[in-house]
Design a binder for this molecule. Structure first.
Ligand code: DX5
Ligand code: ZN
Length: 214
């Protein structure tokens, strides 16, 4: 299992310290949640913060854009050090064009689905994708309760990926802890995002290791 701890639950006044902890940990990447107050009912942080994180991170940056018009921010996302750019299907009218542009900019292309969006919406682009991010909470906030239907979506997506010959990895985001992570691992998830579970643990490094072992 790969693990992508979400910095949304880190201590923003001690980001460098928390990034150093993640560098030492078994985390495979760092998940960065950008919220614009329009696509989701909350505002988090933007490109200057990602740039500052990139300066200290030894792990690839997994950038999750919860914003409208993400196609307008592809070069900015690349320039601030993102390895993976996640755009929401619900935010993209010309999703295929946006995926091609992300790859042309040199990043891995990932598409995110809200809990209410069925995986079938990706049938015609799945072969183009490096990753699919399934939301297991409604995006906008850390610390929410896991929506258990996500495990069914992981299974459906796994079938679609196998049938199409796509190499896309399946990442799941929201309400992940040891218990829900186990269900997602059994369903076929490749990468788990975890915010509050990691950062509220007595030892965040151990919490990351325990998810890695699922
Ligand atoms: C929610 C974000 C998540 C969030 C997850 O909108 O996309 O990445 O940080 O937080 P937890 O793991 O606490 O549900
Ligand atoms: Zn996220």
């Amino acid at each position: 299992m790969q693990v992508s701890p979400s910095l949304l639950s880190a201590d923003f006044a001690n980001l460098e310290r928390d990034i150093r902890m993640l560098n030492r940990s078994e985390a495979d990447m760092i998940h960065l949640d950008v919220m614009d107050g329009v696509f989701v009912p909350n505002i988090s942080f933007g490109f200057p913060v990602i740039k500052a994180v990139a300066k200290h991170s030894k792990k690839p940056l997994d950038v999750h854009l919860m914003i409208v018009n993400p196609q307008n921010y592809i070069s900015q996302t690349r320039d601030c050090g993102a390895a993976i750019m996640n755009v929401h299907q619900e935010a993209c009218v010309h999703l295929d064009r946006t995926i091609q542009a992300i790859k042309a900019a040199g990043m891995k292309a990932a598409v995110t689905l809200n809990p209410s969006t069925p995986v079938i919406m990706l049938e015609d682009v799945i072969q183009e994708l490096d990753m699919v991010l399934l939301m297991s909470v409604n995006p906008g906030f850390g610390g929410q309760k896991f929506i258990s239907r996500a495990t069914e979506k992981v299974k459906k997506l796994r079938e679609m990926i196998s049938a199409s010959g796509s190499k896309a990895l399946i990442e799941v985001d929201g309400g992940v802890n040891l218990e829900t992570g186990r269900l997602l691992a059994d369903a076929g998830a490749d990468i788990l995002v975890a915010g509050s579970y990691v950062f509220s643990a007595p030892s965040p490094e151990k919490a990351i290791s325990s998810l890695k072992d699922l």
